[in-house]
Design a binder for this molecule. Structure first.
Ligand SMILES: [Zn+2]
Ligand SMILES: [Zn+2]
Ligand SMILES: [Zn+2]
Ligand SMILES: [Zn+2]
Length: 319
């Protein structure tokens, strides 16, 4: 009997042990949960009882770009929208370009070129790009007998008494100045006077016998324009046109009063001021001294420059 009781006791004990083992290893009764790692959206979850611990990790966003949204570096979830490009306007040479990623779209605008002028190369009105060369001045290739200030040069013209006889003296630009204006040469907005003080001197036997008849006219270095032959108005202003940065601009010429026009000490002298009223900076006007016989033959003074200009006649460029 005693042995039977012992075995019953043993059986109960074993059953209790098994039950305890089951409780320990198959349930969470004693707090021994088996947690699965937390994710972006789920906290730790017990695989046995479904109980949770802590908080979800939350997404960890990478950097968004112009074309790609931010993406969670852990789970790949798309977070928000792409940033979109920040387009900078197209220029002459570059298409529209993203300030962030340098992506481009469309085409460059292309330059908007002006025609070249005598003063400027062809130029883009949008960006200032230039190309080519300025137009070639009409007289660029011509040899001119160009006068320097203060240096007398030989000048041949017809005598006063007999147009068939030439006399040779000297022509000199005694002084040259650029001024706004004065009593003789009235100022004008946007213009300046280029004034040459001229002296012609004749002293040979022919001149003493027959005198000398002077003649001069104007030309334009760039366009060799003949409009200088126009008549003077009541103020002595003779209009002509110049080509200035591609525009035809009105200019004027004026001959000042003579300071000398007579014999002095066996020399026949002529001295006066020649002025041209031109846009500020214009450097194309030529003062040309020529043989009066040409004017006599043509029955007019102020012959067009193209009729008198050769490589011998003294020319002063009023620049
Ligand atoms: Zn659990
Ligand atoms: Zn995530
Ligand atoms: Zn971009
Ligand atoms: Zn351009």
């Amino acid at each position: 009997m005693k042995r039977v009781l012992l075995w019953i006791g043993v059986g109960i004990g074993a059953a209790a042990a098994v039950a305890l083992a089951i409780l320990i290893f198959c349930t969470c009764t004693f707090g021994n949960h088996e947690y699965r790692a937390a994710t972006c959206t789920e906290p730790e979850v017990c695989t046995r009882c479904g109980g949770t611990r802590g908080e979800p990790l939350g997404h960890e966003g990478g950097a968004a770009s112009c074309t790609e949204p931010s993406v969670c570096i852990r789970c790949g979830e798309r977070l928000g929208e792409p940033l979109g490009h920040v387009w900078l306007p197209a220029t002459c040479t570059e298409p529209e370009t993203c300030a962030r990623c340098e992506a481009t779209q469309g085409e460059p605008l292309g330059h908007v070129m002006t025609e070249p002028t005598y003063q400027t190369r062809a130029t883009c009105t949008r960006c200032g790009f230039t190309e080519g060369e300025p137009l070639a001045p009409a007289l660029a290739e011509r040899t001119l007998n160009e006068m320097q200030v203060g240096v007398p040069v030989p000048y041949t013209t017809a005598s006063y008494e007999d147009y068939g006889v030439d006399v040779t003296g000297t022509a000199e630009i005694v002084d040259y100045a650029v001024i706004e204006g004065n009593d003789t040469f009235p100022a004008r907005e946007g213009y300046e006077w280029h004034i040459a003080t001229v002296r012609l001197v004749f002293s040979g036997d022919d001149a003493r016998k027959n005198g000398a008849q002077t003649a001069w006219t104007y030309g334009d270095f760039y366009i060799l324009d003949d409009s200088m032959a126009a008549r003077a108005d009541e103020n002595g202003l003779r209009p002509f046109a110049a080509d200035w940065y591609g525009m035809r601009v009105q200019c004027w010429q004026k001959t000042g009063p003579y300071e000398e026009e007579d014999w002095f000490d066996r020399e026949l002298r002529f001295s006066w001021q020649e002025g041209v009223l031109v846009p500020k900076g214009y450097d194309g006007v030529l003062l040309i001294f020529y043989n009066y016989r040409l004017a006599k033959d043509a029955a007019r003074l102020y012959l067009p420059a193209s009729d008198v200009l050769d490589d011998a006649v003294p020319v002063f460029r009023m620049k």
